[in-house]
Design a protein around this ligand. Structure first.
Ligand code: NAD
Length: 517
């Protein structure tokens, strides 16, 4: 059963957000401004990862319901795309206010379904809120260009919304990633269908309700549920023009291929293996605290988690101290005070993580700190894996695969150049960090390391939303990245007009057929 703290949170969220069915029953679809119960025959369980208690059931939205969502979004686009930019901006101001007001409710829903700590869940909402806040600047950021190119002739460019768009989101940031699209797709005049992760749809339901309260008319944002079947409907739908996907490699490649083959614009953020390089001249405490936080926070289930630490030269001597810090992190339910890391998302994820840890032994590496048998007395059924540190080389399975759990790989290197070579050989390119006190070393690293998001003495260099998410190589598919200037680019189509308004009537009757210059 639920722990007392989780039960109180479930009770509170379900009574305050009854209409949305964010928790405590059957998750509804949100179509054309109505929360309605699905007629699905297939329902999936949403479980509290700390107890296995079923907190909700989520439908595999039916084909009919999906078609209704698509039609509602297409219909709403006709008017929403014509609404003044000031009004869309005002909706973002309202949404910003409402999210701030209800952050804790969204965060409670996240802890219940996803398992992360309450403070971390507040951060999940907060990082999404920042995108909404940045979207309020739309009246400046969407400004076009105009130039008088010759007498009586102007050329100007502006950006149009695309139409119906869709977001397919992962389990690990159930508020932040939904808000990336909910803000930018709608403020630019598009309508949106969200297909949240089937493991934790509650946050999306509350966000949908807040979008309505903020002034988005029916059909501007819609929520459908399920897994592969619903996702394939998104890929094949005739109304949908663009898809934002965030999640694992397999689903991402499938969605990218299937949807782009049908002419859709797709941006897909995929898996990661983020390395940090620890130089011997780094500030030791700053480095070890930052690395432990970034490796084990959110139980390692962040796409920007640090999963590989490369110790260069003498910095190797700090490994025992890093392990000490990892040992002192508290493993427990996300609502418990003082918890540093909660459970991982599912028993299957736990089993996969444990198998990858075990493979280190069989493949010749060393388990320096072993979290496989971690137990939390108050939560005997939870999917807990304790902080784990393994010494590996780049041929081992634990290094080659994204583990997505609280497991830090350790590698030693002689020089920074050797470390950069390791990083650049890895197929992923989400993020990489260096810890050093030498500006010249940091600068060289920043230029030579291939991943798209670089931290210098910063372990989780997730860009704020005025910049764009710039994961690269195997961590991204598409041409136009998420949020920032490129986010607006993704959700709009440029149109450039050249107009002649002559002062005098034309003279002569002969047409010119050569290319005008
Ligand atoms: P996932 O790929 O299992 O699920 C993501 C979405 O795809 C969900 O909505 C799910 O329903 C759908 N999906 C899953 N399998 C599918 C299939 N076979 N066909 C069609 N759709 C399918 O990912 P997850 O486990 O929810 O999230 C963890 C992954 O997401 C990790 O790999 C992590 O690195 C990645 N991630 C990346 C970023 C980034 O910005 N690069 C951010 C967050 C998470």
């Amino acid at each position: 059963q639920l722990s007392p703290l989780a039960a109180a949170a479930a009770e509170e969220v379900s009574s305050k957000w009854k209409g949305t069915s964010a928790t405590g029953g059957k998750t509804k679809n949100y179509i054309g401004g109505e929360f309605t119960e699905s007629k699905a025959t297939k329902w999936l369980e949403v479980r509290d990862p700390a107890s296995q208690y079923v907190v909700n059931y989520v439908p595999e939205t039916t084909a009919d319901e999906f078609a209704q969502a698509s039609e509602a979004a297409a219909e709403a686009f006709k008017t929403w795309s014509q609404v003044s930019i000031m009004r869309r901006q005002r909706v973002m101001f309202e949404l910003q206010h409402l999210i701030r007001q209800h952050t804790d409710d969204i965060a409670k829903s996240i802890v219940l379904e996803q398992g992360k700590t309450f403070a971390d869940a507040q951060g999940d909402v907060g990082r999404g809120l920042q995108v909404v806040e940045t979207a309020t600047a739309i009246t400046s950021t969407l400004l076009g260009d105009k130039l008088e190119v010759t007498t009586d002739m102007d050329t100007y460019s502006r950006r149009h919304p695309l139409g119906v768009t869709a977001a397919i989101t992962p389990f690990n940031f159930p508020a932040m990633i939904v808000l990336w699209s909910a803000a930018l797709a709608t403020v630019t005049g598009n309508t949106l269908i969200v297909k949240p992760s089937e493991r934790d749809p509650g946050a999306t339901m509350i966000i949908a309700e807040l979008c309505a309260r903020a002034g988005m008319p029916p059909g501007v944002i819609n929520v459908v549920h399920g897994s592969a079947d619903t996702v394939n409907r998104v890929c094949d739908d005739k109304n949908i023009k663009a898809i934002s996907f965030v999640g694992g490699d397999n689903a991402g490649k499938h969605i990218f291929d299937r949807a782009t083959a049908q002419g859709k614009r797709v941006q897909a953020n995929l898996g990661a293996k983020n390395h940090c390089v620890i130089m011997p001249d780094a500030n030791k405490n700053l480095t070890l605290n930052a690395v432990a936080g970034a490796a084990f926070g959110a139980a390692g289930q962040r796409c920007m988690a640090l999963s590989v630490a490369i110790f260069v030269g003498e910095s190797r001597k700090w490994i025992p101290e890093l392990i000490e810090r990892a040992k002192h992190l508290k493993l427990s339910g996300g609502f418990e005070k003082g918890t540093d890391l909660g459970p991982v998302i599912s028993p299957q994820a736990k089993e996969r993580i444990i198998n990858l840890i075990s493979s280190v032994e069989t493949e010749g590496g060393k388990i320096l700190l072993d979290g496989r048998d971690a137990k939390v007395a108050e939560y005997p059924a939870g999917n807990f894996v304790g902080p784990t540190v393994v010494e590996v080389d780049t041929t081992m399975s634990a290094y080659k695969n994204e583990i997505f759990g609280p497991v830090l790989n350790i590698i030693s290197a002689e020089t920074m150049d050797d470390a950069v070579e390791i990083i650049n050989k890895n197929k992923y390119g989400n993020g990489a960090a260096i810890f050093t006190n030498c500006g010249a070393t940091a600068r060289k690293f920043e230029i030579q390391a291939e991943p798209g998001q670089i931290g210098i003495n910063v372990a989780v260099p997730v860009p704020l939303p005025m910049f764009n998410w710039s994961g690269s190589k195997g961590s991204f598919m598409g041409d136009i990245p998420f949020y920032g200037k490129t986010g607006l680019e993704f959700y709009t189509q440029r149109k450039t007009t050249t107009a002649l308004w002559p002062h005098a009537d034309a003279t002569g009757t002969r047409a010119s057929v050569s290319m005008p210059q």
